[in-house]
Design a protein around this ligand. Structure first.
Ligand code: GUN
Ligand code: ZN
Length: 432
């Protein structure tokens, strides 16, 4: 048996900080330790007790750093790595002007492989140990990302974008081709090692009703896959969907009609929802990925986290790279906090950390495998330096509580705060 003890401050959730007072939702050991056995967490507890119980086990000391579950990004687009921070456009023009031309390049396996490696390295540098990722519509783009994740030992969910209208011809498939190519990718990658396939119709405007029907049939035939799409991000988009699907009650109703809702379905954004849509999201148990840096960067609007929590469905945090403006889940939490303030809810640091770990894992139906520092979970662990820059160090130095010590890193931290990343207990390996 391969064993290792990692010591530092440990932070684990015992309950959802949205369900109980946030301070009561966590277990913290200022001098803690995690026992890792064969890539899984075996024990979490006070360092003294674990060191005494396992005197022969190799140790890794992270000092004062905060050991917690690796971040989970519930929604991202790896082919947009190269166009992150593109200026001046709202969603539809941003897609046509920046996104689609770049995604066109991913039929080239060499380019796809290069960006897939870069994307996963940037994720690791930012403590993201699992992402739920859109590829481009080219199957080669999925092969490249899945292979790069497998080579690094990373848990990953990803899928080929299905898109058969309102996009450049070179990016469009057809209902039959989108189905067949996705089915072949499922056969090749889904359930292999730590990889999960995600049926990925981009969003209602770029799929015909026939293609959405095919996507629903594909997911029904492969129910252990996830399903991801975009919902109600901008007002112009919502009006466009109403014109394209006049018989649907609303945007979410389009996805309901084609069997694209329910547990394991992840709706990106979901900002501007009607009362009927909220009720239907609850009824179906559909998950939501909140993408705060994207929502401000593309000018989409203010997500109401308090209302989303009342729906009683999984809600996770996401970068939405490259509509999102950062690979950092710390920066993403900071943006969620700022948006919360603007919509009347001061999210507690424990709630922000939950959304970036267990909440996001729950949206991906991976909440039993990852997302918390708990026995039995896969050992995807990060060590956060809570004094990574002078401004953070001086603010944390005045802290009178754990949360006052952590919050400056959430608000001001970046990849410099990620002192170490361990995936399944190991350092992420670069692809060969
Ligand atoms: N809606 C449809 N496609 C996309 C995308 O790539 N990014 C964002 N932010 N919204 C979308
Ligand atoms: Zn997106």
């Amino acid at each position: 048996m391969n064993q290792r003890l990692i010591t530092g401050q440990t932070l684990a959730f015992s309950a959802s900080p949205f369900a109980v007072p946030p301070e009561e939702a966590v277990r913290h050991h200022r001098h803690g330790a995690v026992l890792v056995e064969d890539g899984r967490i075996a024990k979490v507890g006070p360092a003294e007790a674990l060191l005494a119980a396992h005197p022969q086990v190799p140790r890794e000391d992270m000092g004062e750093a905060l050991l917690m579950a690796g971040f989970v990004d519930a929604h991202a687009h790896y082919p947009q790595t190269g166009i992150i921070a593109s200026w001046g456009k709202r969603l539809i023009d941003w897609l046509n002007g920046y996104t689609f031309p770049e995604e066109m390049r991913f039929a080239d396996p060499a380019y796809a492989g290069e960006i897939a490696g870069l994307y996963l390295d940037l994720n690791a540098a930012n403590g993201i140990t699992t992402a739920c990722c859109y590829c481009s519509s080219a199957p080669e783009s999925v092969d490249a990302l899945m292979a790069a994740a497998e080579a690094r030992g990373l848990r990953l969910a990803a899928g080929k974008v299905m898109m058969d209208r309102n996009a450049p011809e070179g990016l469009c498939d057809t209902p039959a081709r989108g189905y067949e190519e996705s089915a072949a990718l499922i056969a090749r990658w889904h359930g292999r090692g730590r990889l999960t396939y995600v049926v990925s119709p981009r969003f209602a405007p770029t799929s015909s009703p026939e293609q959405l029907e095919a996507a629903g049939a594909l997911w029904a035939a492969n129910p252990s896959c996830l399903m991801q799409t975009h919902l109600s991000e901008q007002h112009e988009e919502i009006a466009w969907v109403a014109g394209l699907f006049p018989e649907a009650p609303d945007y979410f109703g389009v996805y309901q009609r084609f069997g694209l809702t329910g547990p394991g379905a992840v709706m990106g954004h979901a900002i501007h929802l009607t009362a009927r849509e909220r009720a239907a999201i609850t009824e179906t148990g559909t998950g939501i990925a909140h993408c705060p840096t994207s929502n401000t960067f593309i000018g989409s609007g203010l997500f109401d986290m308090a209302a989303a929590q009342r729906l009683g469905v999984p809600v996770g945090l996401a970068t939405d790279v490259g509509g999102g403006s950062s690979f950092s889940m710390l920066r993403t939490m900071a943006a969620a906090y700022e948006i919360g303030q603007l919509s009347g809810t001061a999210l507690h640091p424990a709630q922000l950390l939950w959304l970036a770990t267990q909440g996001a894992a729950d949206t991906l139906r991976m909440g039993e495998a990852i997302g918390n520092l708990a026995p039995g979970r896969e050992a995807d662990i990060i060590a956060l330096d809570l004094a990574s820059t002078p401004v953070i160090a001086q603010r944390a130095g005045r802290a009178e509580s754990l949360w006052e010590q952590i919050f400056p890193t959430i608000m001001l931290g970046d990849d410099r705060a990620i002192r170490a990343v361990r995936t399944a207990g190991n350092q992420p390996r670069a692809a060969a």
